[in-house]
Write a protein that binds this ligand. Sequence first.
Ligand SMILES: C[S@@+](CC[C@H](N)C(=O)[O-])C[C@H]1O[C@@H](n2cnc3c(N)ncnc32)[C@H](O)[C@@H]1O
Length: 232
Amino acid sequence: MDWVKFYDFKHSIIYVNARHRDVHYRTIAQDIRRYVPSPAARVLDYGCGEATSADIVADAAGALTLAEAAPNVRAALMQCYAGNAKISVVTPEQTAALPAASFDLIVMHSVAQYLTSAELDRLLGIFHRLLKPDGTLIVGDIVPPRLSAPAAAIALLRFGARNGFFWAAFFGLIRIVFSDYLKLRRATGLSHYDEASMLARLEVAGFSATRAPRNIGHNQRRMTFLARPSQA
Ligand SMILES: C[S@@+](CC[C@H](N)C(=O)[O-])C[C@H]1O[C@@H](n2cnc3c(N)ncnc32)[C@H](O)[C@@H]1O
C-alpha cells in the first residue's frame, strides 16, 4: 500500500460521507477559482483527487488540466467531465511531457505531504518548466511540524459543524483511527515543512514565493504558498 493506492480505493475513509466530499471539493474549487488570472488562463490542478467541483474552476478559465496518479480516480474524472470541453484528465507522466510554458496557473493542493522532499523538489522543477514566465504556482495545504493530526481532527469537526455533517465527521474520525490511513501514516509518515523551509525550497527551485494569508480549504493551520518564477 502506498498513498496513491490508498487514494485510489479508500475514499470513504477520508471523506466521512458524500456530503463531506462534495463540500470539501466545492470549498477548494471556490478558493482556487479566485486565483485564476483571466478567462483565457490555462490551469493545471496536480493531484486533483476526485475534484467533484472542477467545473467551478474550469468556468473561470480557458482550459483546466486535471492530473491524477490514481487510475480509478482518473477514470472517474474522465467519465464525469467527458462532456466538458475545457477539462482534460492526464497522468503525472503525461503532465511531465507537456511543452514548456503550458500554464498560467499550476495548483498542487494537499499532495506535498505524501511526497518525499526529493520528489517534491523534482516536481517543483517540472512545474517551473511548465509555467509561463508570468505564471503562478500555488502549493497548498502544507502541513507544519507538530500536532498536525489533532489540528486536522479539530478542523474537520468544525468544518462538519459548519456544513451539517458534525456527527458524520465525529464517527468518521473514529473510523479513521482503525483504518489503513493511520497504519500508512505511521509506516511512511507525512512530510512536514515550516514556513521558512518551504519558502527556501521554492527559492532553490527558481521561484520567488510568499505565504498566502489563508490556506486553501478548511484547515487554516496548514499553509498555502504563492510562487512565481524568479526573473533571471
Ligand atoms: C488528499 S488528496 C488531495 C486531492 C485534492 N488535491 C484535494 O485537495 O482534495 C492527495 C492526492 O495526492 C496524490 N498523491 C499521493 N502521492 C502521490 C505521488 N507520489 N505522486 C503523485 N500524486 C500523489 C493522490 O493520488 C491524491 O489524489
